[in-house]
Design a protein around this ligand. Structure first.
Ligand code: PLP
Length: 492
């Protein structure tokens, strides 16, 4: 038990030991075996450099750049680098935010507040757009118009055009989408939005720092950045493929006029006049300095090398999937994501997966048992459940091992058969509606599914159950479960 406020202070060395002990329960952030959450370039000395840079600026406050010009200089340098990489010019401006979600919320806010005359502002996105757009719409009270993607999993320009109304303040699409790693047809979509006089945002949070390098290496990817006419803003997370520690993303706007409504300004109180480009007011300089040091250390040539290793790793992993009977590539591995499905996976989610296909959730557990931590994705509409692999440069040295383990994991999955759920639990779940979810009910379900002890290594049964319940119920159940986990530590 980690006690944050002991009666007497504890020596630093002991605390660091304790923190290291806690960290041992985590998934491995380095070593190329975790395919979500983390981005690892596997460069010697980079962590130490970023930590030292973070320490130099940890107490600097981004609230007031006139008080801390060091932070302003670093932010302007980061925005300048992003602009240079993503087709900006001398009119381009931008902001440093805390992450992709914040960049997207701010892109939506800027668009919404540029049209104050509208009572019901609307946002048009493809069904594969990141969940952060739904969050932005929810927080900002903007109506979300979700357009189904085509059979190729890409945004459909014609359907998008049809969804734009007089109330649309923003159209957005991904480069690439998180779930499948495919790039939406940005030039066509941007032209469609521009023809209607509507802002168009490219969510390149995931791929914005690697796509330009993949293109330089010859990848056949469409233009996706500010060089494309009609693109009015673009976001790129530095804590993803720029390999900076967590907490930094960039939101670029084509012009200053487009950015202005992103700011929040308030002088109507007795304290300081608050002018914020971002959601947070006080902001630590630590992550910004760490990102600045990371970019400067890796450099343009370094990023090109990292993109090359990543591309090679993607190729090895995709080939492994293609050559393993029982699984298939679900989307073309054209960027840095490998998305796989069971060979005979059907579009209709069913508790017992098609008898000819393996259970993808059991496969995820079998891969985890072999030290490969993947991200299962639930069935969505017509799409079957899949396994997502975010591939980073650190995967290159281990990718070859994956092929043999994948084959073994698929064989074991077939032998195990589909995840088994206690029948009473399935019946109980089938009768539930989101309104019925209480903390007690969630605690009982968690206990019944073996999650009470905090062991999350065998998740197939849980995932199978979540896969078949309606999305609104899944949201309520997982909210309840997270709330169950997020309880204050009792006094020692
Ligand atoms: C395409 C895309 N957009 C937005 C986000 C949200 O980023 P964050 O988790 O940094 O808020 C992600 C995260 O994976 C992403 O892949």
């Amino acid at each position: 038990m980690f006690e944050a406020l002991p009666a007497k202070g504890v020596p630093g060395e002991q605390i660091l030991d304790e923190l290291s002990g806690l960290r041992r329960a985590d998934l491995p952030t380095h070593g190329g075996r975790l395919f979500a959450y983390v981005y690892d370039p596997a460069l010697d000395g980079l962590d130490e450099l970023a930590q030292a840079a973070h320490a130099i600026s940890a107490h600097v406050n981004g609230l007031d750049p006139t008080a801390f010009p060091s932070l302003l200089a670093m932010e302007n340098a980061l925005v300048g680098a992003a602009s240079q990489l993503l087709g900006g010019n001398d009119e381009t401006v931008g902001s440093v935010t805390s992450g992709g979600t914040e960049s997207l919320i701010l892109a939506v806010k800027a668009a919404r507040d540029s049209r104050p005359e509208l009572t019901t502002p609307r946002l048009v996105v493809p069904s594969t757009a990141h969940a952060a757009f739904a969050k932005a719409a929810h927080y900002l009270r903007v109506e979300l118009d979700v357009v189904p993607v085509g059979a190729d999993l890409r945004a459909d320009p014609e359907a998008t055009a049809a969804a734009i109304t007089r109330d649309t303040v923003l159209v957005a699409a991904s480069a690439p989408s998180y779930a499948h790693g495919v790039v939406d047809p940005i030039p066509q979509l941007a032209a469609t939005a521009a023809a209607r006089g509507v802002r168009f945002h490219v969510d390149a949070c995931f791929g914005g720092w690697v796509l330009p390098y993949l293109r330089r290496l010859g990848a056949d990817l469409p233009p996706f950045d500010l060089s494309v006419p009609g693109v009015t803003s673009i976001s790129v997370d530095l804590h993803k493929y720029a390999y900076a520690p967590k907490g930094v993303s960039i939101l670029l706007h084509r012009t200053e006029t487009l950015r202005l409504p992103q700011y929040f300004a308030f002088a109507g109180w007795p304290g300081y006049t608050m002018i914020n480009p971002t959601i947070s007011s006080t902001r630590s300089g630590g992550p910004i300095a760490a990102a600045a040091a990371t970019l400067r250390h890796i450099g343009d040539e370094g990023y090109l090398d990292l993109a090359r290793s990543t591309r090679d790793a993607v190729e090895i992993l995709s080939t492994a999937v293609t050559e393993t009977a029982g699984v298939r590539l679900f989307a073309p591995p054209e960027t840095t994501i490998v998305c796989l499905a069971a060979d005979a996976s059907t579009s209709t989610p069913a508790l017992a997966p098609a008898t000819t296909g393996i259970d993808i959730f059991v496969l995820a557990d079998e891969l985890a048992a072999r030290g490969w931590h993947t991200q299962p994705q639930m069935a969505f509409g017509e799409l079957p459940p899949t396994i997502h692999l975010t591939v980073t440069a650190a995967v290159a040295p281990t990718a070859k091992e994956f092929a043999a383990d994948l084959a073994a994991a698929v064989t074991a999955t077939r032998e195990r058969g589909p995840a088994e759920l206690p029948a009473p639990l399935v019946e109980a779940a089938a009768a539930l509606t989101p309104e019925m979810i209480t903390p007690e009910l969630v605690a009982g379900l968690a206990e019944g599914l073996g999650l009470g002890a905090g062991d999350f290594t065998q998740m197939a049964a849980v995932n199978s159950l979540l896969n078949v319940v309606p999305p609104a119920l899944r949201e309520a159940l997982l909210t309840g479960f997270l709330s169950l986990l997020q309880r204050p530590t009792p006094p020692a």
